[in-house]
Design a binder for this molecule. Structure first.
Ligand code: KG4
Ligand code: ZN
Length: 343
């Protein structure tokens, strides 16, 4: 099916045209990052307003770049949740309007499911596999048995990995989102320069915790007694990033051991991180596990990633009337299979 996909769950207004759930004809992402950077994080009201202002232009651009008109579309996919409710409602309203006026079906897709399946737009990946989704709001390990069949086997008990990067960066005086900046600074630093904790590294669960790491960073900074940390930034970033990576890699390895999966998918914005990518590659190679990570544009928020699940659901006739598709600000991925009507 030729689908128009719309994503407005947080601070990116995105639209894409995807063919057959695998081929990206266009993908447009308009970022609001600079607007929110001034406030040190996403301001929900500003995000909704900005989505409203840009959504139509972004959709038009996606159609033009794909070389299609609205009449060529066979369905619409939109993020239904999880996310900021006001932001989600902008995408949902436009998607419903298009679905009803064009007489084509609408699929409400889970944003995390989008991240998890995004790599299928670039590579052939067949379930079953283990998936690690690491983003600004999520750090989850999933046992994936098929499209729509997910079981959470590990998750963060407090901050997400992306939050650990962003909040840590804020303490270091870096602008939002700090993940990419820490990635860059860490490349110049010594990861063994500062000793930081690896929370839950040696417990028996597959869960994560990053809030203690933030506290340890605050203590480290206090010890500097207010002196400028500019010259120490690369070493601090390298040590902080190393601590996060160690936990992500160790828990993924434990999950592979526990589930027996031979394939690993790593997805979400934090999967852009160069150390995460190289360490996951090393770990997978050592274990003879096949690793799949999307290219950076498909790791961060985008609309094309929604096309994979939407195509699968719509093609099998799993269609819900648009008026029944409301925003789900909280939507655990496991619920997609246990209560299909929740979709
Ligand atoms: O998936 P995403 O774009 O949006 C959410 O669904 O949250 O992820 C955004 C998160 C932010 O926390 C950002 O700092 C982080 O991904 N991120 C990175 C890198 N690029 C983006 N974290 C570490 N290193 C990076 N290179
Ligand atoms: Zn995301």
């Amino acid at each position: 099916m030729r689908l128009l996909c719309i994503e407005t769950s947080c601070d990116e207004t995105a639209a894409a045209v995807v063919d057959g759930g695998r081929r990206i004809l266009s993908s447009v992402v308009s970022s609001q990052v600079e607007i929110h950077a001034r406030f040190g994080g996403v301001v929900p009201e500003i995000a909704s307003r900005r989505h409203l202002e840009t959504i139509v232009t972004v959709i038009d651009e996606a159609l033009v770049r794909a070389g299609v008109t609205k009449g060529d579309l066979e369905g619409v996919a939109v993020t239904r949740g999880p996310g900021l409710v006001g932001a989600l409602l902008v995408g949902l309203s436009v998607a419903k309007g298009l679905s009803l006026s064009l007489g084509i079906p609408l699929a409400g897709v889970n944003h995390i499911e989008g991240h998890l399946l995004a790599v299928m737009l670039e590579q052939e990946v067949t379930p079953p596999f283990l998936a690690l989704v690491i983003s600004g709001g999520h750090t989850h390990l999933y046992d994936v048995r098929g499209i729509g069949v997910y079981r959470t086997i590990g998750q963060t008990l407090d901050d997400a990995a992306g939050e650990a990067f962003d909040k840590g960066g804020k303490m270091l005086g870096l602008s939002y989102p700090a993940g990419p900046l820490i990635d860059r600074l860490a490349a110049e630093g010594d990861p063994a320069a500062f000793s930081l904790p690896r929370p839950l590294l040696h417990d028996n669960s597959l869960d994560f915790s990053f809030s203690g790491l933030k506290t340890a960073l605050a203590t480290l900074l206090r010890k500097q007694g207010g002196a400028s940390i500019d010259s120490l930034l690369p070493d601090i970033c390298a040590s902080y990033q190393r601590a996060i990576c160690d936990v992500l890699v160790a828990k993924s390895a434990a999950a592979l051991r526990e589930t027996g999966h031979r394939r690993l998918v790593v997805a979400g914005g934090v999967a852009c991180n160069r150390e995460v990518r190289s360490r996951m590659e090393m770990m997978s190679r050592e274990r003879g596990v096949e690793l799949f990570i999307p290219s950076p544009p498909l790791c961060g928020d985008n609309a094309a990633m929604l096309g994979v699940a939407a195509d699968a659901y719509l093609s099998q006739g799993d269609v819900i009337p648009p008026h029944e598709i409301d925003a789900l600000p909280v939507w655990p991925l496991d619920r997609i299979t246990t209560t299909p009507e929740g979709r």
